[in-house]
Design a protein around this ligand. Structure first.
Ligand code: UD1
Ligand code: CA
Length: 445
């Protein structure tokens, strides 16, 4: 059993993204690209995972923590970036997988195939993961010999027209034997169109030393590199297709899969039905038999079995719904738990609250949880009935089984089983409307 180390390159400026944020922090399915890679490599049980960052990229360091980072002081190219990780690999014996932080969709299975190909012969100094994209764009081209072995990688900027016609492209992923890595990387120069130290040059360098370089072929859907926002959207689409398929394979019904958007960590139970146009942000768990109705936006929330959410519901972080809870149209729930059987059916805001089991919250009820400085909590007892258009001014408690009359503003604790109603007294003037209309009619003549 030979050991594995991974080096993830993330120090590039990512200028084609036209962003103030480092490229690898741009998200796919609600998670930074570099974190997708770390997640994937975590399945390899590598001895070391090293992320190469530029100096000052503290946000990338924070994102990848506790993974180890190495600093590339200047972005002088991918070869130079790997060199920055070499001190951390001193004494390491085994296979080194180099991954690009902007190629987030690769699967662990493909990485395993790379490792196997590297180990197939001690002569295999470098294994490169190639693919044939629909449009080869500006990817580096793989130059192979009759035997199908790799002779060189030619960067697009340096390629002749003949070389550009090669369809087999470089994904950037390489497996390199620790025996050769130092010698190969140190021989890389920067005499090329971009004046950069290309990692890709190690192939021709290895060949000139009589070493063998192999190609493993992969799919574009795993190897798409993200250089700009158009490719970011393409990667997102591929990722979404994966989550949708996974959700359906695991027993959820998506009525219109293409209009449902998942995060990397969305968990759906069995027999969940998701209607069209639903967005899941990070941190959502939905239990069995739930129906998420159309146009709902859900993040950081848990939904208990057989609950109904939406249409047009918004569950924000900290929303915790028990079983058979109903959150209906135009209801927003934030940092609030709703116990089993609670119902908030229409047009309400429930924030910083606890709603007891079977409580019924009428249309237009608002928890007034913020005084401009601090948040305060509303506690509603089990079985309470809150009439429509009620303002609950927190901090406030409503006892079990209490009834609040419609249109009330509640500022004091309401006792268990009490009726609370706050309302100006009503006046009625018999026949007034009729007289009013008659007067108006006279004046208009
Ligand atoms: C690179 C490959 C190209 C391949 C393509 C696949 C080289 C020279 N070219 O081109 O053959 O087809 O990826 O997507 O390797 N990075 C650093 N430090 C640097 C430069 C880059 O860490 O000094 C990192 C970037 O953050 C990025 C990755 O390396 O995650 C790739 O860099 P990028 O500039 O995007 O390379 P490409 O031009 O796409
Ligand atoms: Ca790239």
């Amino acid at each position: 059993m030979t050991a594995i180390a991974t080096v993830i390159l993330a120090a590039g400026a990512g200028s084609r993204m036209k962003s103030k944020m480092p490229k690898v922090l741009h998200q796919i399915a609600g998670r930074a690209m570099v974190s997708h890679l770390l997640d994937t490599v975590s399945t390899l049980n590598a001895t070391k995972n090293i992320v190469v960052v530029a100096s000052g990229m503290d946000d990338v360091r924070a994102e990848v923590a506790p993974a180890q980072t190495a600093v590339q002081k200047e972005a002088l190219g991918t070869g130079h970036a790997v060199a920055a990780a070499l001190p951390d690999l001193e004494g390491f014996v085994g296979d080194i997988l180099v991954l690009y932080g902007d190629t987030p969709l690769i699967t662990a299975k493909t990485l395993q195939a790379m490792i196997e190909a590297r180990r197939a012969s001690t002569d295999n100094a470098v294994v490169v993961l190639g693919f044939e994209p629909e449009d080869p764009l500006e990817y580096g081209r793989l130059v192979t010999n009759e035997a199908g072995d790799l002779e060189a990688i030619v960067e697009f900027a340096d390629a002749t027209d003949e070389e550009k016609s090669v369809r087999l492209c470089n994904s950037g992923v390489m497996a390199i034997s620790s025996e050769h890595i130092e010698g190969l990387i140190s021989a890389v120069g920067n005499e090329n169109a971009k004046g950069e130290y290309y990692l890709t040059d190690i192939v021709s360098i290895a060949r000139s030393k009589g070493l063998t370089c192999k190609v493993v072929k992969g799919q574009e859907t795993e190897l798409l590199g993200v250089n700009n926002r158009v490719q970011l959207a393409e990667a997102e689409e591929i990722a979404q297709e994966r989550w949708r398929k996974q959700a359906m394979t695991q027993g959820a019904t998506l009525i219109d899969p293409k209009s449902v958007f998942f995060s990397h960590d969305t968990i759906l139970g069995q027999d969940v039905v998701v209607e069209p146009n639903v967005f899941f942000g990070p941190g959502v768990t939905v239990a069995d038999g739930v129906r998420i109705k159309a146009f709902s936006h859900i993040e950081g929330a848990t939904v208990g079995a057989k609950s109904q959410v939406g249409p047009y519901a918004r569950l924000r972080p900290g929303a915790a719904l028990g079983e058979e809870v109903k959150v209906g149209n135009f209801v927003e729930v934030k940092k609030a738990s709703l116990d089993d059987g609670a119902k908030v059916s229409h047009l309400s805001y429930i924030g910083d609250a606890h709603v007891g089991a079977q409580a019924n919250i009428g249309a237009g009820t608002i928890t007034c949880n913020y005084d401009g400085y601090d948040k305060a909590k509303t506690v509603i007892g089990a079985g309470a009935f809150v009439g429509s258009n009620t303002a609950l001014v927190a901090p406030v408690r409503i006892g079990k089984g209490a009834i609040i009359g419609a249109g009330s503003t509640v500022t004091k604790e309401v006792a268990e089983d009490a009726l609370m109603v706050e309302r100006a007294s009503e006046t009625q003037k018999a026949g007034w409307a009729k007289r009013f209309r008659a007067m108006k009619a006279r004046l208009k003549k």
